[in-house]
Design a binder for this molecule. Structure first.
Ligand code: PAF
Length: 272
């Protein structure tokens, strides 16, 4: 697996592969890779032939007091895991290359970025939208793959690609869960054994949510399960993330909850 460290060499690599007729898949990550990330890479390989994951811990999507400093950094293990998927190359740019002195542009997707996650982490989607736009423009892949676990992020990225006419197909990949249904996340490593016992209730409570005003009951169940704080737990229109209307076809239950200092998010489609 080739390690690509600069924008220039990324562009040269992609140009060369294109010249030989290959399609390119791109998988954005911040490292601390788990099976969820590796599944994105496997899907990318299946759908495009060539897959380039990137690893960049993006400081711009962390707010003051969030876990940027303690976020797990496991580069060597990450590279080993990627090698085993069959990915042909990995992009590992430096922070100095990505955000050189004087960098002053922000990509901000209004509306969908301002609710749910955006209401609780106001800096988050500007940080994500800015890095993803930069990375897509650096690589110009045919497809880019994102996990449905970050469902709102997936919709924000679909919107920015449409609005900015970036010629890439954004593909969502279903959430990978452990044997107890907990959505895999790099932040699960923060959980103690007792906290894990609480965390595995989240997907079960979401799965029990039905259309109608079920949010109150879900909040009560989350509190009874031992979650310390609920940022939100609600059923939304799956495309706009606004409250569902009478004629809304597809709905999604989304939640962000805290156990101690760990914040977990998850979501599931809602069936009637
Ligand atoms: O989902 C993530 O890991 C990050 O938000 C992303 C998309 C890699 C951007 O930094």
């Amino acid at each position: 697996m080739e390690q690509i460290k600069t924008i220039r060499s990324l562009r040269a690599y992609v140009t060369e592969k294109r010249r030989t007729g290959s399609k390119i898949a791109f998988v954005p990550t911040m490292g601390a890779l788990h099976e969820g990330h590796l599944e994105l890479v496997r899907q990318g390989l299946k759908q495009a032939g060539i897959c380039i994951p990137y690893i960049f811990l993006n400081p711009k999507q962390f707010g003051d007091g969030e876990d940027l400093d303690s976020y797990p950094k496991t580069l060597e293990t990450d590279l080993d895991k990627l090698e085993k998927t069959g990915a042909q190359a990995v992009y590992v740019p430096s922070a100095a290359d990505i955000y050189p002195p004087g960098f002053s542009t922000t990509v901000s997707v209004k509306g969908i970025s301002e609710i749910l996650e955006g209401a609780h982490r106001p800096h988050f989607f500007d940080g994500v939208a800015t890095i993803v736009t930069k990375m897509l423009l650096q690589c110009l892949p045919d497809i880019a793959l994102f996990g449905e676990k970050d469902y709102q992020q997936l919709l924000v990225i679909q919107k920015l690609v449409t609005d900015l006419n970036i010629p890439v197909q954004i593909t969502g990949v279903p959430t990978v869960r452990d044997e107890n249904g907990l959505a895999l996340s790099s932040r699960n490593t923060y959980l103690s054994e007792a906290e894990y016992g609480i965390a595995i209730q989240l997907n079960k409570i979401l799965a029990g949510m039905k259309p109608g005003n079920d949010a109150h009951a879900a909040h009560e169940k989350l509190k009874a399960a031992g979650f310390d704080k609920i940022d939100y737990c609600t059923i939304c229109d799956a495309h706009t993330l606004l409250p569902p209307e009478e004629n809304t076809q597809e709905k999604r239950a989304l939640a962000a909850v805290w156990i101690g200092k760990t914040r977990l998010i998850d979501n599931l489609p809602v069936s009637e």
